[in-house]
Design a protein around this ligand. Structure first.
Ligand SMILES: Cc1cc2nc3c(=O)[nH]c(=O)nc-3n(C[C@H](O)[C@H](O)[C@H](O)COP(=O)(O)OP(=O)(O)OC[C@H]3O[C@@H](n4cnc5c(N)ncnc54)[C@H](O)[C@@H]3O)c2cc1C
Length: 195
């Protein structure tokens, strides 16, 4: 059987089509698809895609889609403080009754790191002094949450605020509301990490 006279032409067109597919998919910006989704048929079926791809040119960097979120507002020192105390009191509430040596070390290290990395210089310096005068007590959940309540009160008083009654700390910061206690820390299953 003789060869179809159009076969060489079809093969050439096929090669060009594959090359275009690889090339254009890197430069296409369309709101409803990503470069990875693209095929030549999706380009040619939607003339708008083809137009936006071709009009960019090979050297044009792909623009990121516009971010729809509101612009972030800088946090105040007070907001940062409230968020940090929330995290710390939640950690203390969730802390195991019988922590491993590693967990006790982690609690101390967390406070030490906070005193070096907390993003407010005045607060850092103050907290370093507080830690020196009140070494971390992390022998049990009760001990750790009472210690944290106490140091939070030291900060409160220095800012002219009332002290919080520490006998109420577990009522204020109870264990997390996680289904089937799935957030509880298991003090027996955690291996001590050697650094
Ligand atoms: C480590 C650290 C050091 C800081 N140092 C400074 C500083 O030097 N200067 C500065 O201006 N700000 C500092 N801040 C921020 C400051 O402590 C407050 O977070 C901020 O002023 C907002 O206060 P607030 O009254 O809204 O409640 P926060 O003090 O943030 O407390 C949040 C909530 O915790 C509860 N609470 C209050 N006291 C206790 C307690 N003792 N135990 C348990 N729960 C309590 C209350 O329900 C309260 O609403 C520091 C924050 C941190 C985390």
């Amino acid at each position: 059987m003789s060869e179809n006279p159009l076969t060489p032409l079809l093969n050439t067109l096929n090669t060009i089509s594959r090359s275009l597919q690889n090339h254009l998919s890197q430069f296409l910006i369309a709101p409803d698809c990503t470069a990875n989704d693209l095929t030549v048929s999706s380009l040619t079926n939607n003339p708008l895609h083809l137009f936006s791809a071709v009009s960019l040119g090979a050297d044009t960097p792909v623009a990121a889609p516009p971010i729809k979120e509101k612009e972030a507002k800088p946090l105040t020192k007070e907001e940062l403080g409230r968020a940090t105390w929330t995290l710390l009191h939640s950690i203390a509430a969730q802390y195991p009754d019988k922590p491993t040596r590693q967990q006790r070390r982690d609690a101390k290290e967390l406070m030490a790191i906070l005193s070096r990395m907390y993003p407010c210089k005045e607060c850092q310096d103050h907290f370093k002094e507080i830690l020196k005068a009140n070494p971390v007590q992390s022998g049990s959940q009760g001990e750790f949450s009472q210690w944290l309540c106490h140091v939070h009160n030291v900060v409160n008083r220095s800012l002219g605020k009332l002290s919080f009654p520490c006998q109420r700390v577990n009522a204020r910061w109870g264990k997390l509301d996680c289904k089937d206690r799935s957030c509880d820390l298991d003090s027996t299953s955690q291996l001590d990490i050697k650094y």
